[in-house]
Every structure is written in structure tokens, then in C-alpha cells.
Design a protein around this ligand. Structure first.
Ligand code: HAM
Length: 423
């Protein structure tokens, strides 16, 4: 019996992977411009990092984590997201002591969530994310959002919608929390078991419930915006002002709560407005998480960031019918005829590659015509033909496939000459 790929995962094959690489390269280039540096953290962490960081009452922690006991009896979890681990590293490696503050980091790598697979939702997916730690300046909220918007824009996405909310500071959140409890408590019996548990622990999570989302009390629930104190309101105003200054339009949605517990103040999502995009339209999510470093044992540190999956990025490109300029070309294909010539191309190929020329030869003993076809499929800019006669004369035939020009080149100077020809 053959073995299949696990549900919710995918193989990314040649022909597809080039698009991934283009997105990854563009993300890295932007991070350089914005001065975010790469950080790589482990794929697995102690489970406690996520139960404390992401939050015990979130769907991620309650239902979606790949958790197992390792052979030493420790509870280990495959990371479902990147923020908690980045903040752990920031605290553990004492990056709060770096002379350059805020510390601006980015990461790219696989995350794991045991979710019900559907279009745009995988069990292993790749997130690109940034985190800026150590600044409470609303300008950095705007910077983080603009980085995400610019990345999408640079690769050709147009149908984007930025949705923004403020979850306020701890004082505002507490006032809102109390209001939510009073709102839901009298009729909590009509809600699912999860919501009943969340009522006292974390009523904000009720607003995020997928089962009860159509209950009438959801529509009339008190909105955080009404409970923002002056400081939180001012902060939010400033973020909006900076976004305006950057020419980034947005919509405020007081119902945007996000699925992770660590957020306060700014919360945002970037959605695709493209027709034909699946039911899940969120491309990117992020926000501010000022208490998170303390939650995992570090000093008080403000932070803000976002994460987006490459899978949904590609789905949005497809929905908007944007095709990225994937260059598929090689510099030179070596066609050879006869055993001696074939043997000779082994070394020649190596010399070309050493000089930075992308080159290929036949490994299947194909006839001349089939070798030319192979060169065509690879989009070779030049084809160099070597037969026994040429070899005896010490020459090789070089054909420029774009212009059709052919010339005989001395074998001894071929590699050098080739490089010159290429310009
Ligand atoms: P999140 O909203 O859970 O936030 O995920 C962020 C993004 O990851 C989503 O907008 C989506 O692009 C992608 N994503 C999440 N789950 C899946 C899935 N099952 N399949 C495909 N893509 C998925 C976070 O993870 C936070 N750590 C973001 C953040 C960073 N906040 C502050 N800093």
C-alpha cells in the first residue's frame, strides 16, 4: 500500500516553488529596507510557552496544538505561531539590553495547527512575520502595518482591505470585560460549552466563537471602542493619523478581537477583497502585545508585529490572477555526440559552473535531436555542440538560441569566451 501525504500539508514542487522563492526574497528585501533582522527559533518549544503566551482559553491552545511528551517526559509543542517564541528568545537572550532599540526581528518558517483543512487552511503552513520589541511609539505600529501592505502591493495585489481595531490598555480592557460578563451572563445557557467556560475566564473569546457567531447577543455585545480610556483612545488616534500620512486606507471594525490572548491596543487584519477568494479572507494578522514579555518571565517590554502565511499570499495572487515573473532559463546546454565528446563535457560543465554560468548536459544517452529538445525545455540561451570531429580540431560550436547566430570557438578559450559573450 502506498503512503500518502498527511492531511492539511502540501508538497511544493518545482514549478510551484519559484513563486514561493519570489515572495520570500521580496519579504527579505523589504525587511532589509525597514531594518528588521532575521531570527530563527526552534520548530518546537515547551508547551507552557504557548499556554501562557497565546493563552489557555484560545482555540489554538485548547484544540489545535500538536503536543507530545518527549522521551524525557517533557511536554513539547510544535509551534503554532511565531510571536511567543520570538519574545521568549528576546527575554532569554537579554536582547532588551541591546544598544539598538527597538529590536526589530523577522522570521519565516513552518507553523503547525490541528485545524480542519480547507481552502487556505492547512495543518502545516509557512508564516512570514515581523516583531518590533521595545517601543511604545504608535509610529512603529504604522511601520509594521505598512511593511505588510507594501509587500502585498509590491507583488501585485490590489484588492486588499486593512481592518483595524484597538483593544485598549489593561484598564480599558477590564472595563470592557466587566461589560461583556454582564451582557452574556443572563443568557449564557444558550451558548456552547466553550463559551460557558470562557465567560468568567476570558469573555472576549466568546466574540471569537465560531459556533455561536449568529446568536443575537453577539450583535449587540458591548464594543471595546466604547470602553477605551483617554490614553488608549489617543494612542489609537495617533496610529490612524500615521496610517493616513502613509496613504494607507483602513476600516475600523470594533468587532475585530483576534484569536490570540496577548493583544492590546492596536489589532489589525489584512483581508483579500478579490472575487473568488475562498471563505477565509484573512491574509495577515497582527497587533500590539505589551504584556507578553512579562507573561513569560521577562521585563516589561512593549511589542508589535504581524504574521502572514505564504499559502494565503499565493491564493490571493491566484484569485487576482497576478502571475509573478518567474524566470526559467539556463545559460548553456552542452550537446555532445560520441563517447569521447560526452566524457569531455563532464569537465567542461564543471568549468562553466565554477564561473557562475548555469549549465546542463545530457545524462540519458539521448540522440542529438532529443538533446536539443531538452535544451529547449530548459530555455537555454546558448547551446554548445561538441562532436568527435570538433574535439579533434580543438573547437566547439556555440549557438545563440535567441539570435540563431552560430560560431566555432576554440575549446581552450571557450569558457572564458562564453562568459564574455554573456556580457
Ligand atoms: P494569526 O492570526 O493566528 O496570528 O495568524 C497569522 C496569519 O497566519 C493568518 O492571517 C494567516 O495568513 C496565517 N495562518 C494562520 N493559520 C493558518 C492556517 N491554518 N493555514 C494557513 N495559514 C494560516 C499569529 O499567528 C500571530 N503570531 C501574528 C502576530 C505576530 N501578532 C503579533 N505578531
Amino acid at each position: 500500500m502506498s503512503i500518502n501525504i498527511p492531511r492539511g500539508t502540501q508538497d511544493i514542487l518545482p514549478g510551484e516553488v519559484e513563486t514561493w522563492q519570489l515572495i520570500e526574497d521580496a519579504a527579505k528585501r523589504l525587511c532589509r529596507l525597514y531594518q528588521y533582522q532575521e531570527i530563527r527559533t526552534p520548530i518546537f518549544e515547551h508547551t507552557e510557552l504557548f499556554s501562557r503566551g497565546v493563552g489557555d482559553s484560545t482555540d489554538i491552545v485548547q484544540k489545535e496544538m500538536y503536543t507530545f511528551e518527549d522521551r524525557g517526559g517533557r511536554s513539547i509543542t510544535l509551534r503554532p505561531e511565531g510571536t511567543a517564541a520570538v519574545v521568549r528568545a528576546f527575554v532569554e537572550k537579554k536582547m532588551f539590553g541591546n544598544p539598538d532599540q527597538p529590536v526589530k526581528l523577522y522570521y519565516m518558517g513552518p507553523m503547525f495547527r490541528y485545524e480542519r483543512p480547507q481552502a487556505g487552511r492547512f495543518r502545516q503552513f509557512v508564516q512570514f512575520g515581523v516583531e518590533a520589541l521595545g517601543s511604545n511609539d504608535p509610529a512603529i505600529d504604522a511601520e509594521v502595518i505598512s511593511l505588510a501592505m507594501n509587500l502585498y502591493g509590491e507583488l501585485g495585489l490590489k484588492k486588499l482591505k486593512l481592518v483595524l481595531n484597538s483593544l485598549g490598555d489593561p484598564e480599558s480592557r477590564k472595563a470592557h470585560r466587566d461589560a461583556l460578563v454582564s451582557h452574556f451572563k443572563p443568557r449564557i445557557g444558550e451558548f456552547c460549552g466553550d463559551c460557558q467556560n470562557r465567560l468568567e475566564k476570558n469573555p472576549l473569546r466568546i466574540l471569537d466563537c465560531k459556533k455561536d457567531r449568529d446568536h443575537e447577543l453577539m450583535k449587540t455585545a458591548p464594543s471595546i471602542i466604547e470602553y477605551l480610556n483617554e490614553g488608549s483612545r489617543d494612542y489609537f488616534e495617533k496610529v490612524k493619523e500615521y496610517l493616513g500620512q502613509l496613504g494607507i486606507s483602513f476600516e475600523v471594525d470594533p468587532k475585530l478581537v483576534r484569536g490570540l490572548d496577548y493583544y492590546n491596543h492596536t489589532a489589525f487584519e489584512i483581508m483579500s477583497d478579490a472575487e473568488g477568494f475562498g471563505a477565509i479572507t484573512t491574509l495577515c494578522g497582527g497587533g500590539r502585545y505589551n504584556g507578553l514579555a512579562e507573561e513569560i518571565g521577562g521585563p516589561e517590554t512593549p511589542g508589535i508585529g504581524f504574521a502572514m502565511s505564504i499559502e494565503r499570499f499565493i491564493a490571493a495572487l491566484e484569485a487576482e490572477k497576478v502571475s509573478l515573473p518567474v524566470e526559467k532559463k539556463i545559460d548553456c546546454y552542452l550537446v555532445s555526440l560520441g563517447d569521447r565528446a560526452k566524457d569531455y563535457t563532464v569537465g567542461l560543465l564543471q568549468e562553466l559552473r565554477k564561473l557562475g554560468v548555469s549549465a546542463e548536459r545530457d545524462y540519458l544517452g539521448r540522440k542529438l535531436k532529443a538533446q536539443f529538445k531538452a535544451a529547449d525545455r530548459l530555455n537555454a540561451r546558448f547551446v554548445a555542440v561538441l562532436g568527435e570531429d570538433e574535439l579533434d580540431k580543438g573547437v566547439i560550436n556555440l549557438k545563440n538560441m535567441e539570435t540563431g547566430d552560430q560560431e566555432e570557438v576554440e575549446l581552450a578559450s571557450f569558457v572564458e569566451k562564453f562568459r564574455e559573450q554573456q556580457g
